[in-house]
Design a binder for this molecule. Structure first.
Ligand SMILES: [Zn+2]
Ligand SMILES: [Zn+2]
Length: 394
């Protein structure tokens, strides 16, 4: 039996414990950067195994297994979302308006499982595994950027960083991955169009922020589609419009919100400049004032070819080649991207759809309910990837 199969077998034996971790975490979700109970729970688990650990980025925890170089990092995000749970599960959220709807409870439980698996072989590990429980993935500036601003990934410097995300589009047991860019760079945008406002019957006495905003939305879509190589993925979506309150009043303000997503960093910077110019020009053409506020989001997540190939080989040895499938890049965002900018990194998607079902509610849905049979697979995969990486990334 291969090491990968042995780790999976042991993880299956630990299924009840993994479920127990996951259900406690699911019951006690906490919003980004406020994961106090979660952090305490993780520290308690590490303390029980006498694994040295420290806090990072406020509520994050980093544990250390093994010693010396090389060093590889296993990362799980630990935060939940401001969503009211509608799963009806017996272990549903006890925190009103907060839910683990992105599966970070699964991620945390699987890293705790990998910790246990690797701990059982700590003496055999040819280097150091950092167990990184990261806060605040769901909220800018992203916990990963705070982890990197600290010194926890400096001494020793990691040779590779690995992470995973539950994936409702694939059945339990399947793993999707791809080298190169898989998730997008994002920017959050908000506009204010302002004018004097006035009587609907006398538009000539005021600028009209509604007409200006409408004109801008159409122009911005054209601007993106006409200034982009058609073979390069990028999208601008305007996702909110607010303004006005009565049929006979021209309002004094209209607000827009949206997001720009792309894989290409230079194009991204250029596109933001075009949007700033277009905002000013469209406003001037309509005789109104306008401002654009840009909140820069995560960079693109780019999987390292060598690290990805390592994960593919380990996953194939564990679950079989037929269940390791190519991942089609999407314009989602994930703050693991920051690690991928700094270190060789690989991030994969772990199937959590019950095999008896064709589909399930997606990520960030109030009925999102991943199949817990994925827990031992994800835990064993993390452990096996780290172990193999210590042997290869020397
Ligand atoms: Zn999410
Ligand atoms: Zn997530």
């Amino acid at each position: 039996m291969s090491r990968e199969e042995q780790l999976l077998q042991r993880a299956l034996e630990l299924s009840a414990l993994l479920e127990q971790h996951r259900r406690w975490l699911h019951r006690h979700p906490e919003l980004s950067f406020r994961e106090y109970q979660t952090s305490a729970y993780i520290r308690q688990c590490l303390s029980q195994l006498a694994i040295p650990h420290r806090t990072v980025a406020g509520t994050g925890v980093v544990g250390t297994l093994g010693h010396g170089e090389p060093c590889v990092v296993l990362r799980a995000d630990i935060d939940a979302l401001p969503i009211t749970e509608q799963t009806g599960l017996p272990f549903a959220s006890e925190h009103p308006g907060c839910m683990h709807a992105c599966g970070h409870d699964m991620h945390t439980a699987m890293l705790l499982g990998a910790t246990l698996l690797l701990h059982e072989h700590a003496a055999a590990l040819p280097g150091t595994v950092l167990l990184l429980f990261q806060p605040g993935e769901e909220q800018l500036p992203g916990g990963a950027s705070l982890v990197l601003a600290s010194d926890v990934l400096e001494h020793p410097r990691p040779s590779a960083v690995f992470g995973q995300h539950v994936f409702p589009n694939l059945p339990v047991g399947a793993i999707a991955l791809a080298a190169g860019p898989i998730f997008a760079a994002t920017d959050e945008l908000s506009w204010h169009f302002r004018a004097a406002g006035g009587h609907a019957a006398q538009p000539h006495l005021t600028g009209d922020p509604i007409v200006a905003a409408a004109s801008f939305i159409c122009h911005a879509q054209t601007l993106i589609s006409r200034n982009r190589d058609p073979l390069m993925p990028a999208v601008l979506s305007i996702t909110a419009i607010q303004g006005g309150s009565a049929p006979n009043v021209i309002p004094s303000e209209v607000q827009l919100q949206g997001t720009l997503r792309s894989f290409d960093q230079p194009w991204r910077q250029q596109a933001l400049q075009w949007l700033e110019q277009a905002t000013a020009h469209v406003a001037a053409a309509h005789g109104v004032q306008a401002t654009l506020e840009i909140r820069s989001g995560y960079p693109p997540l780019v999987n390292d070819a060598r690290a990805t190939e390592l994960v593919r080989q380990v996953a194939t040895a564990m679950v079989g080649a037929d269940r390791v499938v190519p991942f089609q890049p999407v314009l989602w965002a994930e703050d693991f991207a920051y690690y991928s900018q700094r270190f060789p990194a690989a991030f994969w998607l772990l199937g959590v759809c019950p095999p008896e079902q064709q589909t399930m509610p997606g990520l960030h849905h109030p009925s999102f309910c991943p199949d817990e049979r994925a827990l031992p697979i994800g835990a064993a995969l993390l452990a096996a990837v780290a172990w193999r990486a210590l042997e290869i990334f020397r």
